[in-house]
Design a protein around this ligand. Structure first.
Ligand code: ADP
Ligand code: MG
Length: 320
């Protein structure tokens, strides 16, 4: 149905004349999708429009892209093909509905040492296990933006899982990303890896999703350009997840919320584009006695809750 509609441009949005359109385009908001996933404050800043005008633009862009609606049949089809990768902790698996799911982007954010990378390593091992052992009998692409990939740790985890570590390493395509453009390009090339090289990818790890973007696009003036690029990158990942039924696991950093006096002082960076783009969000933190605690954050499909687990020499496990 949507295909028969005339493709709208940003000028078709309410309150967007030539001058506003130009400002939006200069900041990288050149199509409806970029508006639909923007936050109203971003649009206020780059286009100089009022808050309510910005919200109207966003709502119309979303309506037009039918972002908030999917037919029951489509949802059922999507649900039926979900497969899961076990994490090593039954508690954590339960929290996320049975394991990290395919067709979906799962985001883990938390401070330094909260186990974001370790969970990525564990999934890179576990996805290689046979299906009856909690894996998908498949390979992994690991985009490493922080140089934290460790072969010796992979060896340790592989052997603990009863796998030959050389075989395991062959099934992990690790790519070191040098800057955010390189990271975006590498993600786009995963398609060729699957179709041309026939590498069986069922898991993509991006550790971390946003660190390079953050260090390159500094200051308020570059915020919208950064968000635009990040948005494109997340869409590339989502498309791969959809097309090949891949589980995408991304890590994210946290920042202190300056205006918080009660409750948790940290939130994920990346704003609306990341929170909208990642379907399942986990907040990881250090718990008592060396444990780690995962909390499920704003998931529409899963009950809220927390799970405690530990990181051992043999990998992620339940608390004894
Ligand atoms: P993040 O990526 O969130 O900064 P990591 O995933 O790197 O954090 O987690 C680091 C933690 O993992 C360390 O603090 C340590 O407790 C634990 N860890 C790493 N390797 C091992 C190991 N071989 N044995 C036990 N714990 C480990
Ligand atoms: Mg890390």
């Amino acid at each position: 149905m949507s295909k028969e509609k005339k493709e709208l441009t940003i000028e078709d949005l309410p309150g967007v004349g030539a001058a506003t359109a130009e400002k939006l385009r200069e900041s990288g908001f050149n199509d409806l999708l970029s508006i639909a996933v923007a936050s109203s404050s971003e649009l206020v800043e780059v286009a100089g429009v009022g808050e309510s005008a910005a919200r109207k633009m966003i709502n119309m862009a979303r309506d037009n892209l039918q972002m908030d609606f999917e037919s029951g049949e489509e949802l059922l089809k999507r649900a039926e093909r979900i497969e899961r990768i076990k994490t090593g902790s039954a508690e954590l698996d339960r929290l996320v509905g049975g394991g990290i799911e395919t067709g979906t982007i799962t985001e883990a954010y938390g401070s330094y040492g909260s186990s974001k990378t370790q969970l990525g390593f564990q999934l890179a091992i576990n996805v290689q296990l046979p299906k009856d052992k909690g894996g998908l009998d498949s390979g992994v692409v690991f985009l490493d933006t922080e140089s934290t990939f460790r072969v010796d740790r992979i060896k340790q985890l592989a052997e603990a899982a009863g796998l030959n570590y050389k075989d395991v390493l062959k099934n992990i395509k690790v790519v070191r990303c040098f800057n955010s453009d390189h990271q975006m390009l590498l993600a786009e090339k995963i398609n060729d890896l699957i179709t041309k090289e026939r590498f069986p990818v069922r898991l993509i790890v991006v550790d971390s999703l946003i660190s390079l973007f953050r260090s390159e696009y500094l200051g308020r003036g570059m915020l919208s350009e950064r968000q635009q690029k990040l948005n494109k990158h997340i869409h590339t990942l989502q498309k791969l997840a959809d097309m090949y039924n891949i589980a995408v696991y991304v890590t994210n950093q946290v920042m202190a919320k300056p205006d918080t006096f009660f409750g948790d002082p940290t939130e994920a960076v990346g704003g609306h584009i990341v929170s909208h783009g990642c379907n399942i969000r986990l907040y990881l933190r250090k718990g008592k006695k060396g444990t780690r605690v995962a909390k499920l954050v704003d998931s529409s499909a899963l009950p809220e809750g927390e799970a405690a687990f530990v990181i051992t020499e043999h990998g992620i496990k339940d608390v004894e």
